[in-house]
Design a protein around this ligand. Structure first.
Ligand code: 4AD
Ligand code: MG
Length: 448
């Protein structure tokens, strides 16, 4: 077994007492001064310095940036230097150089946009090492959070016959020869919510964490055709409680990062996100703002007098554009929950408020990225639900199982969905959502 670089930095003193250890990785800094090489093995952000004797230097001169390498040698403590230890190579066990002539990652500091064309090579860059480490930690915190809160992790289907959001952004699932495979046309899921709603009737608190698919043609920096969504559903809950749960979860994720991933956050801070750590500390230390949709329209209206927006026709009933969402976050200097949107703007399953105009729902908006979470209390009246589905031209025949839940001892429920990639954008300061997932899917791109 190889010793990882993370283990080396964690237990350098103990490992320095061993005669020999074996380390493998990819070369991040080819040989300098005929003796120093740096490698990284993906186990942490820090590289390990290798030192070689003159007789090995000749062979090691052949290796280039990102070659893979295994060496064995003695770990030496070097507390007086910038790195606390280094490995003196005794033997080269394996070398495999980069032989591709047009290897695109040869230069340092290649823009993310360029690296995006080579997703199969992105793991070799420092940016994506930091990003994938962050994404891993965030996913772990999400599971931990729900486990501590007494939720069941359930699997909702990827292939379904329902359009859960009624927005008509479905991908079809067919066989190679296009012959019917299922009893109904199959679709890739846009959200696991409807199935989670069925499971919560009996399990009480459930969450799903899985890919969702939306054929959104929009070429924006915050939409993907395949993204990961965390969705929670809770029986016997009110809107305020759902909102508080979202806030608690986001604070838990950030607190864990501040404890366990400070090196990654520092990396992003140095890369392009000045003061990201201060910003995250501020977010966990203050209550998120909560504002009614009607109130937020008034705030936007005042700003529109100074012609702050491209879409400047501000009135009740309008959809909030991304520029409006960003303005509201600036206005409140942080995350803000907008509640009770006009029911006509929102999905059919959201419960109507007694005013007959608005729905018991919310979006959580974050500075720079806009909408991160959408949630609501679900319509509990069979008849109202059917009317709303009909109004949005949804096939209620296909949704009869979902409507029937209201007739079988229904416990009112509520929940939310959070887009993982948007959260990663925010936490890392990544400007384009396509740089927050290993193999991004978006219009006109499916090379990998
Ligand atoms: O607001 P949305 O559409 O809500 C739902 O899907 C509900 N069924 C959730 C629920 O109550 N269970 O999506 C939720 C979140 C958005 O706020 C956004 O963060 C993310 O999912 N999202 C996307 N992320 C990347 N690319 C896309 N095309 C996205 N569409 C939604
Ligand atoms: Mg939404």
């Amino acid at each position: 077994m190889l010793t990882t670089i993370q283990e080396i930095y964690q237990s350098a003193e103990k490992l320095s007492q061993q005669e020999k250890i074996k380390v493998g990785g990819w070369v991040k800094s080819p040989i300098r001064q005929d003796k120093f090489i740096e490698i990284n093995d993906g186990s942490c952000l820090k590289n390990l310095q290798l030192v070689c004797s003159p007789d090995l230097a000749e062979e090691l001169k052949k290796i280039n940036f990102n070659s893979s390498l295994i060496v064995s040698g003695k770990l030496i403590l070097t507390p007086e230097r910038t790195q606390s230890c280094e490995l003196q190579i005794q033997q080269i066990e394996f070398i495999n150089p980069v032989i591709e002539e047009n290897y695109p990652l040869q230069k340092k500091n290649i823009p993310l946009k360029v690296v995006r064309d080579y997703p199969h090579l992105r793991a070799k860059t420092n940016y994506f090492l930091a990003l994938f480490r962050l994404r891993h930690s965030v996913s772990k915190s999400i599971h931990e959070f729900f486990h501590q809160e007494g939720f069941y992790y359930v699997a909702t289907p990827i292939i379904t016959s329902n359009d859960a959001e009624g927005a008509g952004e479905l991908f079809n699932v067919t066989t190679e020869n296009k012959e019917p495979f299922f009893s109904k046309p199959g679709k890739l899921t846009v959200s696991g919510q409807l199935h989670a709603e069925a499971l919560v009737q009996g399990l009480g608190k459930v969450y799903t964490f899985s890919p969702c698919f939306r054929a959104e043609k929009s070429h924006t920096t915050r939409h993907l055709a395949e993204f990961w969504m965390v969705e929670a559903e809770i029986a016997f809950i009110g809107l305020e409680e759902v909102i508080n749960l979202v806030e608690k979860m986001i604070k838990k994720i950030i607190n864990n990062l501040l404890i366990n991933n400070i090196l990654e956050l520092e990396y992003f801070e140095n890369y392009n996100q000045k003061e990201i750590i201060t910003k995250l500390k501020k977010i966990v230390s203050a209550d998120f703002k909560k504002v009614d949709y009607g109130e937020s329209v008034k705030i936007l209206d005042s700003a529109s007098n100074q012609k702050k927006f491209v879409f400047n026709d501000i009135k009740w009933g309008m959809n909030l554009q991304s520029e409006h969402e960003k303005y509201l976050c600036q206005h409140f200097s942080g995350p803000v929950f907008i509640t009770n949107y006009p029911a006509d703007l929102k999905a059919f399953y959201m419960k109507n408020n007694p005013d007959g105009k608005t729905a018991a729902c919310f979006d959580l908006l974050l500075p720079t990225i806009g909408e991160l979470v959408g949630g609501s209390i679900r319509e509990d009246s069979y008849q109202t639900l059917q009317e709303k589905a009909d109004k949005q031209n949804l096939n209620t025949g296909g949704l009869s199982w979902y409507l029937d839940l209201r007739k079988t001892g229904y416990a009112p429920s509520g929940g939310f969905g959070l887009g993982l990639e948007r959260l990663i954008m925010f936490l890392s300061g990544t400007e384009n959502i396509r740089d927050t997932i290993a193999f991004p899917r978006y219009p006109h791109h499916l090379e990998f």
